[in-house]
Design a protein around this ligand. Structure first.
Ligand code: ADP
Ligand code: MG
Length: 366
């Protein structure tokens, strides 16, 4: 079956180590996202899975088959890995029709003509290309071209799809539409898919699982909910969510507060217990809270002065229609909150805000 496994995989180029000791398991039929900033090693990882690049160290399995292990001298070339790839620049053959573009991988494999015809028409139906089979790529819109590229990838029914930022050349509106289509298609085909992106919204909306990578190192693997609710470190916390999580320096006090100097926030009893056990009491920490977990006191349910409330100055209000992004500051700190449209806070106003203490994050300061 189509599971993919990387065990302690490294890739060194002359002067850069692009991938550092990545171990990752993708289950059969799973949609796995590799997420991280530009240059973090996503493409290199994908190219090693495809066989376009050989790992410096480690093992890669596709299904039960070992496809790369430099120590054992194992290297299976791309054409024998039963994978299909879709890239950002989806090079279609300009002189061929849509039909021939989709049929090409099957012709290459000498599939009988009748079978080719059946499969091309099936795929065209699935992707809404049936009416366009006689057109040339130049007669198609960007979205249609991308669908042809997808068609060419799925026509072979490979064990694994590998996609490298396949939507990044599309305009914003089309990207949102294709995001949903691609997700639906993957569910229908239930083929193991590894999808590279630097866009956390794509990752959150499409992935069954997200593998967050920074500087070649895997930071966390989890469902979208897991990486959002329980980020493993400040990198993951700051990369997922928009606007990003607020971070503030504070310290955990003996009596169960996080102390920021000019104000303090009271930890919930169970949070304090855990922090005590972990040896955080009396230590400096990084306190994190997402903009959506800070409320305008006018609209907050649980308000306890001296425990979860802070007075702050409204610096900037960005009205996005459905929500307001509010930049706030106190004597010492600045942070961002996301308020509902009912909140009428104005720039220059001094307001009270409530921190949802159930949603806070405490990270090691090191
Ligand atoms: P991403 O896809 O996450 O943007 P890449 O995998 O393309 O990142 O690149 C990771 C790092 O490896 C970068 O520093 C990049 O410059 C480097 N790199 C990628 N391919 C090569 C190569 N063929 N030769 C040298 N360095 C490379
Ligand atoms: Mg890349």
């Amino acid at each position: 079956m189509g599971e993919v496994k990387l065990l302690g995989v490294w890739k060194k180029f002359e002067d850069v180590t692009a991938v550092k000791d990545i171990t990752l398991e993708v289950k059969d039929g799973e949609f796995m996202i590799l997420l991280g900033p530009s240059g973090c090693g996503k493409t290199t990882t994908l190219r090693m899975i495809s066989g376009l690049e050989e790992p410096t160290k480690g093992q890669i399995y596709i299904g039960d088959k070992l496809v790369a292990d430099p120590e054992k001298g194992v290297f299976v070339p791309p054409k024998d890995r039963d994978i299909a790839m879709v890239f950002q620049s989806y090079a279609l053959y300009p002189h061929m029709t849509v039909y021939d573009n989709i049929a090409f991988p099957l012709k290459l494999r000498k599939v009988p003509k009748q079978e080719i015809d059946k499969r091309v028409r099936e795929v065209a139906e699935l992707l809404g290309l049936s009416q366009l089979l006689n057109r040339k790529p130049r007669e198609l819109s960007g979205g249609q071209r991308q669908r042809v590229a997808l068609g060419r990838a799925i026509v072979r029914k490979p064990q694994v799809f590998l996609m490298d930022e396949p939507l990044s050349n599309l305009d914003a509106k089309l990207r949102v539409k294709m995001r949903a289509e691609l997700k639906k298609l993957q569910r229908q085909l239930s083929v193991t898919t590894i999808y590279v992106t630097h866009d956390q919204v794509e990752a959150m909306t499409m992935g069954d699982k997200i593998a967050v990578i920074n500087q070649g190192v895997l930071q966390q693997v989890g469902t979208p909910e897991e990486v959002y609710d329980k980020p493993a470190n400040t990198f993951v916390a700051g990369f997922i969510g928009s606007p990003p999580m607020n971070f503030m320096d504070g310290s955990v006090t003996e009596d169960g507060f996080v102390d920021f100097g000019e104000f303090r926030l009271k930890l919930l009893p169970d949070q304090f217990e855990v922090l005590k056990e972990q040896g955080y009491v009396g230590r400096e920490v990084i306190f994190g809270i997402r903009p959506e977990d800070i409320y305008d006191a006018m609209f907050a349910q649980v308000k306890v002065p001296g425990e979860n409330m802070v007075k702050a100055m409204v610096e900037i209000v960005e009205n996005l229609g459905g929500e307001r992004i509010v930049y706030l500051s106190t004597e010492d700190i600045s942070f961002i909150a996301k308020f509902p449209p009912e909140s009428k806070v104005k720039e220059g106003q001094k307001i009270e805000v409530v921190f949802d203490m159930k949603k806070i994050h405490i990270f090691d300061k090191n």
